[in-house]
Design a protein around this ligand. Structure first.
Ligand SMILES: Cc1ncc(COP(=O)(O)O)c(C=O)c1O
Length: 419
């Protein structure tokens, strides 16, 4: 056995020991479910001195694209960077320009809307559906104007949005679809993965997500043109990686001549690369994604069957017929007729060490940064505002024990017993 193998065996023993004692102190909303395989994979990469973007990143991209079912994948350092590159790519490709409108759900995370604004476009907020809490296709239809160029869809908490209908609307009005799948690793409609419908798709691998690289993200597409722009934007605006790495391609122009391909900058870009260390974690996590999701479903099934008796006051998550919801978290909304306030319930849950969060930004155009920013709002957003004031989510991740799931259920039961 060589020294590396000895080290990895030791790591395995340390991880097994640590698992006995190092548990989340609270019933957390997310938790990196790692074992020795993630740690040794990252360690191996580190010992090989592969510390920036390289072969491991390429391997993760290929495996993730294959899992989702797209031709191309471009890894980045976060889901936010993925959204920035997705929007910037559509602009670079000539599919949108400053001042154009992008339709998006009002209830979502900030970095769905911020890249739209940062890149000079106008977000058009539409209301979400009262049961799926996803963008409502009927509201999309109402929101379309002469300036609309794209729809930005989010699979909220991993619940698949109505992609067949949204793609139909997009086709009819010739709109691009940006499919933010940052909360939807492994979600499906029938056999088709969320993340395989849109023109350009984004994922996050932040620590609370269904698989994690700590910080990380990915942009997917079936378009070679978009992929080339993405790899260029990801690294300083240099030539697309395909050309830089091609033996047959030589760069030459009348001013800089036959220049080193790596140092030809063809657009203004960013530096948002994933490191090979993070990609090594991602490769191992991806192998476990389906089994992680099955554990989530098991926990969700326990929550659903225990909490459905409180349906008078608590609206529980629903799943569309034929869809697979990957449950990034377990969301609920307090019904209007409930005799208690959200804060009372959340304080009670906190006192029982049950971590909880609001539905991300609640209603995005009501958030301080977005109030004064350019926008168009369609209707009065009654569902998004109800969610803003009454929505919350708790954890259902595979790191939770049977006892913790039971403790969540008994805490809800004892709070609601009063009513
Ligand atoms: C829908 C959505 N889009 C984008 C992001 C941003 O991802 P990241 O935290 O990796 O930047 C998140 C964050 O969780 C998200 O929920």
């Amino acid at each position: 056995m060589n020294n590396r193998e000895k080290l990895f065996n030791l790591v395995k023993r340390v991880v097994v020991e640590q698992k006995k004692t190092f548990l989340p102190s609270r019933i957390s909303i997310g938790w990196p479910v790692f074992d020795h395989l993630e740690i040794t994979s990252a360690l191996n990469t580190l010992l090989d001195l592969r510390i920036s973007q390289g072969l491991k990143t390429r391997e993760f991209e290929e495996k993730f694209a294959e899992y989702i079912g797209t031709k191309y994948a471009v890894a980045v350092n976060s889901g936010t960077s993925a959204n920035i590159l997705a929007i910037a790519t559509l602009i670079e490709a000539g599919d949108m320009k400053k001042g154009d409108e992008v339709i998006l759900p009002a209830t979502t995370f900030s970095s769905v809307a911020s890249p739209i604004l940062q890149l000079g476009l106008v977000p058009v907020y539409v209301d979400v559906d009262p049961t799926s809490w996803n963008i409502n296709p009927a509201e999309i239809q109402k929101a379309i104007s002469k300036k609309t160029r794209a729809i930005m869809v989010v699979h909220t908490f991993g619940n698949p949005a109505d992609m067949p209908e949204i793609m139909r609307i997009a086709k009819k009005y010739r709109l691009k679809v940006i499919e933010d799948s940052c909360e939807a690793h492994g979600s499906r409609i029938g056999k088709r993965m969320c993340g395989s419908f849109g023109d350009i798709i984004t994922f996050s691998f932040y620590v609370a997500h269904n698989i994690t690289t700590g910080e990380g993200g990915m942009v997917l597409t079936n378009s070679q043109k978009y992929c080339d722009i993405l790899t260029s934007l990801r690294q300083f605006g240099r030539l697309p990686i395909r050309l830089v790495q091609s033996k047959d391609f030589i760069y030459k122009d009348s001013i800089i001549g036959k220049y080193n391909k790596q140092y030809v900058f063809c657009r203004l870009g960013y530096n948002v690369c994933m490191t090979d260390i993070a990609a090594s974690l991602g490769i191992e996590q991806l192998k476990k994604l389906d089994s992680f999701n099955q554990s989530r479903i098991k926990n969700v099934t326990s929550y659903n069957s225990a909490l459905s008796k409180h349906a008078k006051y608590l609206r529980l998550p629903t799943v569309r017929q034929g869809a697979f919801h990957s449950f990034y978290g377990y969301p609920m909304v307090i019904e209007k007729n409930a005799p208690f306030r959200r804060e009372e319930l959340l304080q009670f849950l906190e006192s029982k060490s049950i971590e909880n969060r609001p539905f991300f930004a609640g209603c995005l155009p009501d958030q301080p940064a977005f109030r004064s920013a350019p926008k168009r709002i369609v209707g009065k957003l009654p569902i998004s505002r109800w969610i803003r004031d009454n929505g919350f989510f708790i954890g259902c991740h595979p790191g939770l024990s049977k006892e913790q799931i039971e403790s969540v259920i008994s805490s809800f039961n004892s709070f609601l017993a009063k009513y």
